[in-house]
Design a protein around this ligand. Structure first.
Ligand code: NAI
Length: 379
């Protein structure tokens, strides 16, 4: 099948590489010619590195690079069986582009979006034949991250979903199917990793370095929340939090934090600006954590209980199955364990207890235990 990718930025270029590596001819379209050249150069650099590491042969590398055509002409998508859109995260722009796309492709062409925060139903809303719209959400960097969330909209035909799932699976990706709800699985369930860490900091319980130390050393996470927010960028991470909060009709569970907002406002985006929660300039003093294991365990217990509660909520609200939620968090954001599995290991009663305590102490809806978790304990 000929694959079209629209947008040659971070995600589009990566998705084109994945399709080409899996034997497809790919048409990569971007309105910006420089971006196309950059994508082409990046792929050739990546391939050189892979040849050096003997992960790919010279022949295969040449075949992958030759499989991608770079163009600014949208109508070049005409013969494609699937087009994946990965342009700017703006609904009005996506609407314009999907309307144009429908005019150039055949009736059987699947039209997918890689959006991380917009609803697939809203994107498909402009299509005349909306039963072929679907969300195919890759993670960054697309060639390396195994997870892909596939999101059928209310308009999506079952056959299109099945086709998309089997195609992406054939690319060696771990596929999870989820409901068209804000943040899908990963960007919803992961919110407390950042939000609760920020809350703990704001209450003066611990500083950034101590929270990061606790989550990595005791919790077993690869990166602490503040290091990870600095890595993602506080501008990007805050925007996702705010959009999930709005999309959930301001549910207090997803309330953004002033600390992160102020960091964003100050331009303290993280690594990319040299300053975030930490200072990345040369010679900067690296803050040392308070290695208090009792405090560290309390921090981990609290954040983990909130994450588990969120995972149960996604299952309870039929966003995805428990297996899919666990797969998503281990393969999409490298959590050391699936959250549902983790809850069984710790004991759901213990998790419920932690949440009840927080709920009683704060009296905030943010800490309400999920009914499915409660059922797990009492039924
Ligand atoms: P980016 O800014 O790196 O790339 C966007 C590309 O789209 C640019 O090359 C731009 O020239 C091109 N573009 C803009 N308007 C266009 C149009 N009308 N026609 C053709 N090309 C156009 O953006 P990025 O980060 O790759 O994100 C793309 C999409 O993927 C967004 O919907 C985003 O939410 C989603 N996404 C991003 C992730 C990330 O970590 N960056 C992760 C998963 C999804």
């Amino acid at each position: 099948m000929l694959i079209g990718v629209l947008g040659a930025g971070t995600m589009g270029a990566g998705i084109a590489q994945v399709a080409a590596q899996n034997g497809h001819q790919v048409i990569l379209v971007d309105t910006n010619d420089e971006q196309l050249q950059k994508a082409q150069k990046q792929l050739s650099d990546t391939m050189l590195r892979l040849i050096e590491k003997q992960k790919v042969t010279k022949e295969k590398s040449s075949a992958i690079q030759a499989a991608i055509s770079y163009t600014t002409v949208l109508s070049d998508f005409a013969p494609c069986g699937l087009v994946i859109e990965a342009i700017v995260e703006n609904l009005a722009v996506k609407h314009e582009v999907f309307s144009q796309l429908e005019k150039v492709v055949s009736d059987t062409c699947i039209l997918a979006s890689n959006t991380s925060s917009l609803s697939i139903a809203s994107i498909g809303g402009v299509l005349k034949k909306a039963n072929r719209v679907i969300g195919i959400h890759f993670f960054n960097p697309a060639p390396l991250m195994p997870l892909v969330e596939i999101i059928p909209a209310v308009q999506t035909e079952n056959a299109i979903l099945e086709q998309a799932v089997s195609l992406v699976k054939s690319w060696g990706k771990t596929v999870v199917v989820c409901k068209d709800t804000p943040g899908f699985i990963v960007n919803r369930v992961a919110r407390p990793f950042y939000g609760e860490a920020l809350r703990i900091y704001e209450e003066g319980i611990a500083d950034f370095a101590t929270i990061d130390w606790a989550m990595t050393e005791i919790g077993g996470f690869k990166m602490g929340p503040f290091t990870l927010m600095d890595y993602i960028g506080n501008d990007v991470n805050y925007a996702v939090t705010e959009s999930v909060f709005e999309a959930f009709y301001y549910d207090p569970r997803f309330k953004p934090s002033f600390t992160q907002k102020r960091h964003k406002e100050a331009g303290y985006y993280g690594r990319k600006t040299g300053r975030g929660y930490y200072d990345y300039s040369e010679g900067a003093i690296i803050p040392t954590p308070t290695k208090d294991y009792v405090l560290g365990q309390q921090i981990v217990d609290r954040i983990l209980a909130m994450l588990i509660n969120e995972a149960y909520d996604a299952v309870f609200m039929q966003v995805a199955t428990a297996e899919a939620v666990d797969l998503a968090m281990t393969k999409g954001v490298n959590y050391p364990k699936g959250l549902i599995e983790w809850s069984k290991e710790i004991g759901t009663k213990e998790i419920l207890c932690r949440l009840e305590k927080l709920f009683l102490f704060y009296g905030e809806d943010r800490y309400r235990p999920n009914p499915l978790l409660r059922n797990n304990v009492f039924l």
